[in-house]
Design a protein around this ligand. Structure first.
Ligand code: FCB
Length: 474
């Protein structure tokens, strides 16, 4: 595995890409017959998004997609993950298609094809048609049925140009941030709606996978955000182990076990699971039908340690598991990004091996991984994002090491190609390997883009300097 120059090689045929999502980059929020989505409504409601930012213009990729495809090609990327905005192709989420919306995606796919770039297309990256939200959104089962119809329509119109389909992106975030805690659209704080949404998102995934396959799709998967749960110290092991199992079930298992094994995890708190009357006969088989790959989005681990939630210390937070004597903790020795997310490359190695074991040989793709940083254009006109170079280097090293240790990892998509609309944070948080000047829409590849292009060209990652922190524990 280690090449002559001290780099770690990736297997031949490893897939290298970059990822984006429609609402975060397209703009053109009301153009060419597009209907409003929950994110249009949410971002236009004062107080929801930092600075009142909206995705009305974003990176204007609706008009600049050719430039963006050229950018991908210039970096040597052979794969691009993007999402389709549902209300752009079906404005009210049901009924007739909006031909102009489909034309946009067809033109984008053709442009990618001309550059030899394969498309991984996400059907649902959070921009639900507002009309469906008005009828209950994911809290009602009908939305899953409508989603399958929309999937069929996309497969029929675009299927010959799509290499891989992802049904739903991060159902955990949709149901918790969107329906339980309200920081994302539709901004609800309704635990019952959140539990119902969890199940209906997964049913929607199952139904969409079925219709995609029936339309001839060969590569169908889902993208889950997965979080290694790590325990620090060794006091009160029983409570800590119980808290670990519950936390894992809450953040990973509800989505991972249902999709892989057709059951909700035994350790999940009952309030997070759909009440039995919402689970129809055959639902769990539908949700766990064979996948062709599993998409994993990795950003940060969760740490637990012994502590008193009634008397929190610095860097401690109450544990979501609710287990007495346990707190969540952000170790001081780990770097944090401008999202306040912990940087921990070993967590990626850990979760890749864990999921490989559970998924029993299923090809895995990292469908998102990356970091926010305080990027700026220097007087030379360059963006020298050393933090992101370091992040990519250590995480890619962890990925290569995981493959060597038996993980069935087949591809990697950096989040993100472009700086973009980072949901409730608006444009303040920059995740791109390409800088976007939102004043004039100029794109400037950052140092990390050049680093990533070198990795892709060599199909190998240089060993990070020994003093670059990559490990949290151990
Ligand atoms: C993920 C989302 C993606 C992006 C990154 C930073 O949760 O899927 O759209 O915002 O976080």
């Amino acid at each position: 595995m280690t090449g002559s120059n001290g780099a770690l090689d990736f297997p031949e045929g490893f897939i290298w890409g970059a990822a984006t999502a429609a609402y975060q980059i397209e703009g053109a929020a009301t153009l060419d017959g597009k209907g409003p989505s929950v994110w249009d409504t949410f971002s236009h409601t004062p107080g929801n998004v930092r600075g009142g930012d909206t995705g009305d213009v974003a990176c204007d990729s609706y008009h600049r997609y050719r430039e963006d495809v050229t950018l991908l090609a210039s970096l040597g990327l052979h794969d691009y993950r993007f999402s389709i905005c549902w209300p752009r192709v079906q404005p009210g989420g049901r009924g007739p298609v909006n031909q102009k919306g489909l034309d946009y995606y067809r033109a984008l796919l053709d442009e990618l094809g001309e550059h030899g770039i394969a498309a991984m297309v996400t059907l649902y990256h959070w921009d639900l048609p507002q009309e469906l939200q008005d009828a209950g959104g994911w809290a009602v089962r009908d939305t899953a049925e409508r989603f399958a119809e929309y999937a069929a329509l996309c497969a029929e119109a675009l299927g010959d140009r799509v290499a891989r389909w992802i049904t739903v992106n991060e159902p955990q975030v949709v149901s918790n941030n969107g329906y339980r805690h309200g920081q994302h659209a539709p901004g609800l704080r309704d635990p019952a709606a959140a539990a119902a949404a969890t199940h209906h998102l997964l049913v929607g995934h199952g139904l969409a996978a079925q219709v995609l396959r029936a339309a001839g799709a060969e590569q169908v998967g889902i993208a889950l955000d997965l979080h290694p749960v790590r325990v620090l110290g060794d006091s009160r092991p029983e409570e800590l182990q119980a808290a670990r199992l519950i936390t894992e079930a809450m953040v990973n298992g509800i989505y991972l076990e249902s999709v892989l094994h057709g059951r909700y995890p035994a350790h999940a708190p009952a309030g997070l699971l759909p009440p039995p009357e919402l689970v129809a006969d055959g639902d769990m088989e539908l949700i766990s039908q064979r996948l062709d790959f599993l998409g994993m989005n990795y950003y940060s681990p969760i740490f637990l340690r012994a502590g008193d939630p009634g008397d929190l210390r610095r860097n401690e937070e109450p544990a979501r598991s609710g287990v007495a004597g346990v707190v969540e903790y952000r170790p001081d020795w780990l770097e944090r990004t401008t999202m306040n997310w912990l940087v921990d490359a070993d967590g990626l190695h850990e979760i890749l091996l864990e999921v490989s074991e559970q998924a029993d040989g299923l090809p895995l793709y990292i469908t998102e991984n990356g970091r926010a940083a305080e990027d700026y254009v220097n007087p030379q006109g360059e963006v020298d994002d050393i933090e992101r170079v370091r992040y990519l280097n250590t995480h890619l090293e962890a990925a290569a090491r995981a493959i060597k240790d038996g993980a069935s990892l087949a591809g990697y998509f950096v989040w993100s190609l472009l700086d973009n609309f980072e949901w409730a944070w608006g444009y303040q948080k920059r995740f791109g390997i390409v800088f976007v000047d939102f004043g004039n829409q100029r794109r400037i590849p950052k140092a990390s883009a050049h680093f990533y292009a070198d990795v892709v060209r060599a199909n190998a990652v240089p060993l990070p300097p020994a003093d670059w922190t990559r490990s949290a524990v151990g």
